[in-house]
Structure formats: structure tokens, C-alpha cells
Design a protein around this ligand. Structure first.
Ligand code: FAD
Length: 308
């Protein structure tokens, strides 16, 4: 039993991981822990080290596939605490704002809107938290969060909390290279003075495009594959005739072929089989290698798929 004296956050035991990801897939985790602050994080890290228990960090679980047989370890969920938001520096029309890792996109954007600051509107509709957005270098509409970051605060069980300046961050398409044992505590972003009506207009426009193109409201992880050099992965998957194809409860969306929908009872095995099928068919028909954008946590087994 995980009992940590002085822990302010939440500890759930034998918790279905399907409750903690937007795909709604996954067996039980031994523990899902939601720290409220840095002290909680330190206490949990001490407990995992003393008890030799593996741990994994997640944000809002919107880009994750968990295994059907669950995780015999601690899943640390950084989406409830770490909600700090503040302006750090002004520089004429530019402003540096800091957001704790647990802030969701909606919280970031409503703070910036209130302060009449613009730049990050392109994030609207991404269901992640600041930590996950940074780790994935989340982006949309030709922009990405890495273009705005000035520094990040991280925590590691070995070296505690520290700041990493932008020049030390290895950011690339949908990726921030960071050692596995670094937990992002928050990040500072350079934004600009703007005006509320144009910020609102842009957000409305982006939302409209999302609603038109994506299966909003259905259980998914967003785009499953990274876009290869050859073009958008969704278009490529559609061109090889896989739109609407289904394995078990996992179905390639009819609206956007880079989205795999959990139609209700999909398992991680269904999703992994479908992923394998897509990769094989795209390779055979087009000679293109697709790479997953979705992060697999605790998944060790590989699946075999027969090309249709
Ligand atoms: C409907 C839908 C639409 C989407 N649209 C987009 C889009 O337009 N653009 C886009 O880029 N993505 C999109 N996504 C994917 C997803 O929302 C993003 O990747 C998002 O950045 C993930 O944030 P998260 O907090 O949910 O992270 P999680 O999914 O919880 O985690 C993702 C990765 O980040 C790591 N991580 C999370 N928090 C921390 C932390 N505090 N410290 C260290 N590592 C951490 C995890 O270990 C994991 O490797 C979409 C997803 C859905 C479901």
C-alpha cells in the first residue's frame, strides 16, 4: 500500500487507466498519483526509489496508449496541481508568461485572453496540459509551442528542480528530447500584446477548422502518426484505402484517417494491430514509413498483423 506522510495530492489504487486517457483504453495501474506540488513529487519519488517501483509521468493523457494488462507501477499525473500562471517580464510589446505544467490549454488561453496577450491561439482544441504540450512540442496550423518557449522548469529525482534555458532544449517536430526521469514543472513563453477581438476571431476560426476536419467528441488520441516528408499521414492512409477500416473496437475515422477512434470497447491490442496494418499497407503501396506520434506507456508486447 502506498502511504506517504504529508502528501497533499491524490493516490488511487488499482485504478483503471482508461479513466486517465482520452482513448479510454488500458487495464489497471497499481497506483495513479496526482501530486499537488513539488514536495508531493519529491515524496513520491522517494517512495518509488525506496520500494523499487517503476514510475511514469503523464499530463492529461491525450496522446497516450496504455496496455490492456495495466501497469505494475506508479503513474504520476501532472494535471491537477502545478497551476501557477504569471507574467514574468515585459519587453515593450512582448511579454514572458509562466505556466505550471498542470494548466490545460483552455486555462492558458483564457489567462492570455484576459491579459490581452496573443500568440498561442493555435493551441485551441488540443486537450493537453502544459507539461505534455512541451514534451510533445504540440502544434497546429503551421505553428508549435517550441516557437514560444523561453525556458522550462524540470524536476528529476537525482538532481531536484532546475531551469533549462531555451538554448539547451532539443526541440523538433512533435518532440522535446528530455531524459526519461525529467518531469516538467512548467514553462515560460514569449507572447505579444494583442487585442481581444482579434484573439477571439482567430480562436473561433481555428475551432471551426478543427470541427470541420476532425472527429471531435469521439475517443481518440488525436493524430496517431507523425506527418512524414511525403505529406499529411491522414491523406496517405486515405489514399491506400483504409478510411473506415476497423479492428475489434478500433476504427480509422471516416472524417480524418490519421485518427483511430475507440468505438466503445477497443483494446490496446486492437489499436496496435490497426497501427501495424496501416504501417504495412502504407509501406507496401507507397514505400512510405509511418512513425507513431502517440506515446506507448508500459507497452512491452508487440503485435503481428496480416496485411489486407
Ligand atoms: C482530439 C485531439 C486533438 C489533438 N490535436 C492535436 C494537435 O492539433 N496538435 C498536437 O500537437 N497534438 C494534438 N493532440 C495530441 C495531444 O493532445 C498532445 O500531444 C498534447 O500535447 C498531449 O498533452 P497531455 O498533457 O495530454 O500529455 P500526455 O498525453 O499525458 O503525455 C504525452 C507525453 O508527454 C509526457 N508528459 C506529459 N506531462 C509531462 C510532464 N509534466 N513532464 C514530463 N513529461 C510529460 C508523457 O510522458 C508522454 O510522453 C490531440 C489529441 C486529441 C485527443
Amino acid at each position: 500500500m502506498l502511504q506517504v506522510k504529508g502528501f497533499d495530492g491524490q493516490i488511487l489504487e488499482n485504478e483503471p487507466l482508461s479513466y486517465h486517457c482520452t482513448w479510454k483504453i488500458g487495464g489497471n495501474a497499481k497506483y495513479v498519483v496526482t501530486p499537488q506540488n513539488e514536495r508531493d513529487l519529491r515524496l513520491i519519488m522517494e517512495w518509488t526509489r525506496e520500494n523499487s517501483v517503476p514510475w511514469y509521468v503523464i499530463g492529461n493523457g491525450s496522446n497516450i496508449l496504455f496496455p490492456d494488462d495495466g501497469i505494475d507501477g506508479v503513474v504520476i499525473k501532472m494535471n491537477r496541481g502545478f497551476k501557477d500562471k504569471c507574467m514574468v517580464a515585459y519587453d515593450g510589446t512582448e511579454v514572458i508568461t509562466y505556466f505550471g505544467a498542470g494548466n490545460r490549454v483552455s486555462e492558458v488561453l483564457s489567462y492570455l485572453f484576459k491579459m490581452e496577450l496573443e500568440g498561442l491561439e493555435f493551441l485551441i482544441g488540443i486537450p493537453g496540459c502544459v507539461g505534455g504540450l512541451l514534451k510533445m512540442n504540440a502544434g497546429a496550423f503551421g505553428n508549435e509551442i517550441g516557437n514560444f518557449v523561453e525556458w522550462i522548469n524540470i524536476y528529476s529525482p537525482h538532481s531536484g528542480a532546475r531551469t533549462l534555458q531555451k538554448k539547451y532544449l532539443k526541440l523538433s517536430y512533435r518532440k522535446l528530447e528530455l531524459s526519461e526521469d525529467f518531469i516538467i514543472l512548467g514553462g515560460a513563453f514569449r507572447v505579444r500584446k494583442g487585442n481581444r477581438s482579434s484573439i477571439k476571431e482567430r480562436m473561433k476560426e481555428y475551432q471551426k477548422i478543427r470541427r470541420e476536419k476532425q472527429p471531435i467528441g469521439q475517443a481518440s488520441c488525436g493524430s496517431v502518426f507523425r506527418n512524414p516528408e511525403e505529406g499529411p499521414a491522414g491523406k496517405i492512409i486515405e489514399e491506400v484505402g483504409l478510411k473506415g477500416f476497423q479492428v475489434g473496437g478500433a476504427r480509422i475515422s471516416d472524417k480524418h484517417a490519421n485518427f483511430i477512434i475507440n468505438t466503445g470497447n477497443a483494446t490496446a491490442k486492437d489499436v496496435l494491430t490497426l497501427i501495424e496494418l496501416i504501417k504495412q499497407k502504407v509501406w507496401l503501396k507507397k514505400g512510405i514509413t509511418l512513425e507513431e506520434e502517440v506515446v506507448k506507456i508500459g507497452i512491452k508486447k508487440t503485435v503481428r498483423a496480416r496485411v489486407i
